[in-house]
Design a protein around this ligand. Structure first.
Ligand code: LLP
Length: 420
């Protein structure tokens, strides 16, 4: 079901018209659909219902407290990658033992806070990290539950900046050293072996690389067990992509991913953890913006809008495609090829390139689609543009779930030394 649809010529988020939100909150603004998030979670949960499992939402995709609360209420766990993310999960009321703690650069302080929070497991990515974790846990008189993140050397066939499963990537421990690491870990008094972990990349559009990686992991579980280690849990990471471009074939469905997980882990007798981020929230959000100008270049036409690369970095950073739709159905309007650009002073500030769309008018609203994941989460204040608000819609209700920042607060954070 698509929660962002035109009704009587006006795009709605669930039952709320987008112009109503723009009038109340201003633009640019992120708009999220609660039922879209819930529906994705439910599909995953149903798909895995035959397995002992925990769906750990990777909150780096979107860490708004309202979304965390919504997912926590549905029983989700969380994949956190910083002390800040752990604090966010706890603040949303979820218990620490529903958190898996990932990331290649955990600090001593983050380890301590995670142990105090009682996280479910640390996904350990290197030998020195394991040593430090052991030291921190011992100093606190406890044992840290550990899953070793392996690097299966599988090409996930995605954008190079979000590929994590190949041997040249900084993530995980090479398969050939995994047995050694478990050996070392098992001799440490501050470590308890909890399982095995992997994550090969993001926005995957085929299941084949996941299948290869899961097989390698399952084979390793068998070897580790024959070595005498207790492996009760396997964390398969996240990564399944969403459809950004209606003109391209879509990625595999949630149900197909769940079937694959069921098949590949069938005989392992392990608790299954997955860490989806984008899949849960990506399609559930849009960035709503106003058209400032229709500008003619030498041979191009530009739609200058009030949202920019600081609000949505993905097109500049990954050449990502996001559909741009007019909020007022403009199907009777003349169509044109346009570049959709923001006000920021660099040519990389382009949200859509050479897009064929109905020609809107200045003052009209546009919806940049599939902007629920890695969008507000990656926003910056570049060009001294305050972070934009976020709105959550549920049925015919909506609420501001993050306020617009203001320039006064931004300036007040800076300090002028007394020698200036
Ligand atoms: N687990 C780990 C250890 C991860 O590093 C990630 C994402 C996930 C889970 C969630 O992956 P997902 O299910 O969302 O694909 N900023 C990029 C995406 C970066 C992904 C980083 N890691 C983008 O906008 O496409």
């Amino acid at each position: 079901m698509n929660q962002f649809q035109h009704r009587n010529g006006i795009m709605h988020a669930e039952d709320v018209s987008l112009p109503d939100i723009a009038a109340a909150v201003g633009t640019p603004v992120y708009v999220y659909s609660a039922s879209a998030v819930a529906e994705q979670y439910r599909r995953l949960s149903e798909g895995l219902s035959g397995l002992d499992h925990l769906i750990c939402y990777a909150l780096k995709a979107n860490s708004n407290q309202a979304l965390l609360k919504l997912l926590a209420g549905m029983g989700a766990g969380f994949d956190a990658v910083s002390g800040g993310e752990i604090a966010r999960v706890l603040a949303a009321g979820a218990p620490g033992d529903r958190i898996v703690f990932s990331g290649v650069g955990k600090t001593r302080m983050e380890m301590r806070d995670a142990l105090l929070a009682g996280v479910r497991q640390f996904n350990v990515e290197s030998e020195p990290e394991l040593e430090l974790l052991n030291e921190v846990a011992l100093s606190m008189g406890t044992r840290a539950p550990v899953a070793v993140r392996i690097n299966p050397d599988v090409d996930p066939k995605t954008h190079r900046k979000i590929s994590t499963g190949k041997s040249e990537n900084k993530f995980g421990i090479p398969l050939e050293r995994a047995r050694n690491v478990y050996e070392t870990a098992s001799a440490m008094d501050g470590i308890r072996i909890a399982g095995l972990d992997l994550h090969i990349g993001s926005q995957l559009t085929s299941l084949a690389p996941l299948e290869r990686a899961y097989r390698k992991a399952a084979d390793l579980v068998a070897v580790l067990r024959s070595d005498g280690f207790q492996i009760d849990r396997i964390d398969l990471g996240g990564g399944l992509g969403i459809a950004y471009d209606r003109n391209l074939p879509g990625p595999p469905t949630i149900e197909q991913w769940c079937d694959l997980i069921g098949r590949e882990t069938d005989k392992l007798n392990c608790e299954i953890v997955i860490e989806p981020g984008r899949l849960l929230v990506g399609g559930a959000g849009i960035l709503l913006a106003s058209i400032l100008y229709l500008k003619r270049g030498h041979d191009r036409r530009f739609l200058v809008i009030d949202a920019a690369m600081n609000d949505l970095l993905r097109p500049s950073m990954y050449d990502a495609h996001h559909e741009v739709l007019t909020v007022r159905d403009a199907s009777d309007a003349e169509s044109a090829i346009l570049d959709v650009v923001g006000p920021i002073c660099e040519s990389g500030d382009t949200l859509a390139v050479q897009r064929s769309m109905q020609l809107p008018a200045a003052g009209d609203l546009v919806a940049i689609m599939s902007a629920g994941a890695y969008s507000s989460a990656m926003a910056s204040e570049y060009n001294s543009r305050p972070l934009v608000p976020e709105v959550l819609v549920s049925g015919n209700r909506f609420a501001v779930v993050r306020e617009r920042n203001d320039i006064g607060k931004m300036i007040a954070r800076d300090r002028i030394p007394n020698w200036l």
